[in-house]
Design a protein around this ligand. Structure first.
Ligand SMILES: NC(=O)c1ccc[n+]([C@@H]2O[C@H](COP(=O)([O-])OP(=O)(O)OC[C@H]3O[C@@H](n4cnc5c(N)ncnc54)[C@H](O)[C@@H]3O)[C@@H](O)[C@H]2O)c1
Length: 284
């Protein structure tokens, strides 16, 4: 089945970015939020990013207008009936996602593909809330979705290989660099990155090194493009702690558990760039 219209459920940080990628790639997109106000906020985010692109000469005003023209907003899940693919990007809570998938199953056509952007939950568990687990995949975009090329396209034991392929091809069509993988905790990138970043934070205390020096060490000793402390600030300390806890719960490997220093930072509201202070302090 050709994918001509995509639904994006949740237009927060990730959903707005995913919807932007879709409309910029020429795909008609229906964005669903819980209130009209939140839906409009999602559209403003997209508009702001596109306008910045126009200022910098990355796209023309006409391209921007055409992209925005492909975006429809709704609070009614029923308006997703005509979508051949729905990408869910709501809160990271399994019950909320399962409820949504069960409702979507009743609305979209039997051939439609349902995708979740979850970072740390089981795609299999979400798929099991529907009678069509063979048509459910994970499509794990990275933040910010319009900038980061990778999409992990996740299959469960029950995913139809043709559905997995269709999701992979769609990610390519919208200009992404997809990879195929199975539904395992953390998928690929987080499974590798989270324990490494946790090790880095533990080394701060063990080796008596400052965040600045640790970042410089990884930049100049391994040519990492960004230091680990700066990266955690960018990801968000709360997001990193949450993902670490999820991996720790599923794998019980000590390296996955969030280091106490990060848990304390999260509790203190030192969340990184988004709150202006994490390992570093940010202006404005
Ligand atoms: N933030 C990241 O770095 C990141 C990266 C990759 C994946 N993810 C995953 O993406 C998902 C969304 O994360 P986020 O950071 O964008 O969260 P967010 O809180 O910024 O956005 C979630 C949005 O979903 C809306 N929402 C909640 N329930 C809804 C429903 N039933 N229908 C429609 N909208 C609903 C909320 O109003 C909110 O605007 C989560 O599963 C998260 O784990 C996040």
């Amino acid at each position: 089945m050709e994918i001509t219209t995509v639904g994006v459920v949740g237009l927060g940080t990730m959903g707005a970015g995913i919807a932007q990628v879709c409309v910029q790639a020429g795909v008609d997109t229906v964005g669903r939020e819980v209130t009209q106000e939140l839906a409009e906020r999602g559209r403003s985010t997209i508009e702001r990013y596109l306008a910045r692109g126009v200022e910098k000469g990355r796209l023309t005003q006409d391209d921007m207008d055409a992209a925005l023209g492909r975006l429809t907003l709704t609070t009614d899940l029923g308006d997703l009936a005509g979508c051949e693919l729905v990408i869910e990007a709501i809160v990271e809570q399994v019950e909320a996602k399962r409820e949504l998938f069960a409702a979507l199953d009743q609305i979209v056509s039997p051939e439609a593909i349902l995708a979740t952007n979850t970072s740390a939950l089981s795609v299999t568990e979400i798929a099991a809330a529907t009678p069509r687990p063979e048509r459910v995949v994970g499509m794990h975009f990275f933040n910010p979705a319009p900038v980061m090329p990778l999409v992990e396209v996740v299959r469960t034991e029950l995913t139809d290989p043709a559905v997995h392929d269709a999701a992979y091809e769609f990610a390519k069509r919208i200009g992404k660099e997809p990879i195929r993988c199975s539904d395992t905790p953390g998928f690929v990138v987080n499974r590798v990155l989270i324990p490494v970043l946790n090790d880095c934070v533990r080394v701060l205390d063990e080796a008596g090194v400052t965040p600045e020096d640790l970042d410089r060490a990884m930049l100049h000793g391994t040519r990492w493009p960004i230091g680990p402390c700066a990266l955690i600030d960018l990801i968000g300390v709360d997001i990193h702690v949450h993902a670490s806890e999820a991996l720790w719960e599923s794998l019980r490997e000590p390296r996955m558990a969030p280091p106490p220093r990060l848990v304390a930072m999260a509790k203190a509201g030192l969340l990184g760039r988004k709150t202006g202070r994490g390992f570093y302090t940010y202006e404005g």
